[in-house]
Design a protein. Sequence first.
Length: 134
Amino acid sequence: MLKRRPCENSGAHVFAQLKEWKRVAKRDTRVSLMALRDPRAPWHVKALAALTALYTISPIDLVPDFLPLHGIIDDLVVIPLAIALMVHLIPMPLKAELQERAEAAMATKRPHSRLPEVVIAVCVVGIASVAAWL
């Protein structure tokens, strides 16, 4: 009979993976922004960035926003995929240089305010409270 070992620190492992995913997403977003300003970046990367920005601010979505939760989920999928595709399309030497610069920029600690996070949390709780009350 097989003995099952209890998962040690499985919660900590999940949070470590989420933290790493957040770091990579932040770095890739910085890399895509740096590529837009770099003249060595190919035109198709810049065109994809323009289309992504247009999609982000456009009232036309793949899934309409009036559907609860579905309208937000398509943005949470399409925009990160577009950023990942942009980073993938950057030529390797330029990508390595930009990733190095992004990592260096992320390593410098800047003053951080918690006020925006608190405001967003209060708004979400308020909206959920009103929705539950109705």
